[in-house]
Write a protein that binds this ligand. Structure first.
Ligand code: SF4
Length: 337
C-alpha cells in the first residue's frame, strides 16, 4: 500500500466510548464484560461532556466499543439506537466514529454505515473447537456468524478492521486458516483495511487460566500473515501487549505497520496501559521508524463515504480541526494519513 514510506508506522489518536459493558456472551478470557442489566448505559449527556473535553486534544477517532445485548432481547432496539446516537453525536462534534459492537443484523450494519467512517469486528479464530472451551457460553463467537459480518461489510462497502486473538487454544494451522479466510473475503470485496494480531494477555477479571501468548512467537506469526494477506491490508499490533521494546521492533521488522488506536485506556485489556505517543517515539526513532498519526479510515476508502462522513474526513485530511471554529489551531492533527 502506498500509504506511507517503508519506515513509517501509523497509529490512530483515539478515545474509546463504551455505551455499555453488559454482554450476554461469556468468553472466558474477557476482562471487559458485566452481567446484563448490571452496567448502566452511557447517556448522550455524559458522552457530550467527554467529547467536549476531547475537542481541544489531538483526537480524531471515537471508538464506540460495546458489550452486546442479545439480538432477540426486547432491549436490543434501544441498545442499537444508543450506539447510533453516540456515533451521530461524535460525528456532529467533529470526530470520526468507528464502531465495534459485536455481530449486527444486516439492517443494523447498514444504518451504522451512515455514521461511521469504518467499523470492526475481531474474527478471533475460526476453528469450531473453541466452542467447546473459551467460547462455550458465547453464541456471538460462532465462526459462521462472524464470517457473515465480514461478508456483509463487504457487500455494504464498509471499510473494515478485523483480527485474530492469539493464544486462546488454537493451533498454528488454525491461525493460517483464519488469515486465509480474511484474505479470501477481501479478494471479493477489497474492504479490509487492517488485521489486528492480538496476543492473549491475561487480566484480572478473566477465568481462562492460560499463559500469555509468547511474544517471541509474534514476529513469526506476523511474517506468515504478511505472506497470506494481500499487500493492501495493513497488519496492526497493540504495543501495550508487546511490552519489550526489542520485540516491538522485531514485530515491525516482520511486517507490522500500525499500532492501532492510542488513547487513555485500553478498555479490552484494562490491565495493560497504552504506551503513549512520546514513549513510542522514543522506542521507534532510534531504530529509524517514524510514528505517523492516521485517521480511522484509510485513504483508499474515502470515496465509499457519503455526506457528512466524507466532509469530516476531508477536513481531517486537510489538517483542520473540524469544529467548532474557535478551536482551530488547538486540536490540529497534523500530517495525518
Ligand atoms: S469478549 Fe466480547 S463478546 Fe466475549 S464476553 Fe467479552 S465483551 Fe462479550
Amino acid at each position: 500500500m502506498a500509504l506511507h514510506s517503508s519506515r513509517s508506522v501509523t497509529y490512530s489518536p483515539a478515545y474509546t466510548i463504551v455505551p455499555t459493558y453488559e454482554c450476554f456472551n461469556r468468553c472466558t478470557y474477557c476482562n471487559f464484560r458485566s452481567e446484563p442489566g448490571k452496567s448502566p448505559w452511557m447517556s448522550l449527556e455524559a458522552a457530550e461532556r467527554i467529547l467536549q473535553q476531547l475537542q481541544s486534544q489531538k483526537i480524531c477517532e471515537i471508538l464506540i466499543l460495546s458489550g452486546e445485548v442479545h439480538p432477540h432481547s426486547s432491549r436490543r432496539q434501544a441498545w442499537f439506537q444508543r450506539i447510533y446516537d453516540l456515533c451521530d453525536l461524535a460525528l456532529a462534534m467533529g470526530f470520526l466514529p468507528h464502531t465495534n459492537a459485536g455481530p449486527l443484523s444486516l439492517a443494523e450494519m447498514e444504518k451504522l454505515k451512515d455514521v461511521n467512517v469504518s467499523m470492526g469486528l475481531m474474527l478471533e479464530q475460526l476453528t469450531p473447537t473453541l466452542l467447546n472451551t473459551v467460547h462455550r457460553h458465547a453464541p456471538s463467537k460462532l465462526p459462521e456468524v462472524r464470517m457473515q459480518q465480514l461478508e456483509w461489510a463487504g457487500e455494504l462497502q464498509i471499510p473494515f478492521t478485523t483480527g485474530l486473538l492469539l493464544g486462546i487454544g488454537e493451533t498454528v494451522d488454525d491461525c493460517w486458516e483464519t488469515l486465509t479466510a480474511i484474505s479470501n473475503v477481501h479478494e471479493r470485496y477489497h474492504h479490509i483495511q487492517e488485521v489486528i494480531l492480538q496476543p492473549h494477555s491475561p487480566g484480572n477479571q478473566q477465568s481462562f487460566d492460560a499463559p500469555p501468548f509468547d511474544p517471541h512467537q509474534l514476529p513469526a506469526v506476523i511474517a506468515k500473515a504478511r505472506e497470506i494477506l494481500p499487500a493492501d491490508i495493513t497488519i496492526q499490533i497493540p504495543p501495550n501487549l508487546v511490552k519489550d521494546a526489542g520485540w516491538l521492533l522485531a514485530c515491525l521488522a516482520a511486517g507490522a505497520r500500525d499500532l492501532g488506536g492510542i488513547g487513555p485506556k485500553d478498555e479490552v485489556n484494562p490491565d495493560y496501559p497504552h504506551v503513549q505517543e512520546e514513549a513510542l517515539r522514543e522506542i521507534l526513532q532510534p531504530a529509524g521508524w517514524e510514528l505517523v498519526p492516521r485517521l480511522p479510515v484509510y485513504p483508499q476508502f474515502d470515496d465509499w463515504l457519503g455526506g457528512e462522513l466524507a466532509l469530516g474526513v476531508k477536513r481531517w485530511r486537510e489538517n483542520l480541526t473540524p469544529q467548532p471554529p474557535s478551536l482551530l489551531g488547538k486540536g490540529e492533527c497534523r500530517d495525518v494519513l
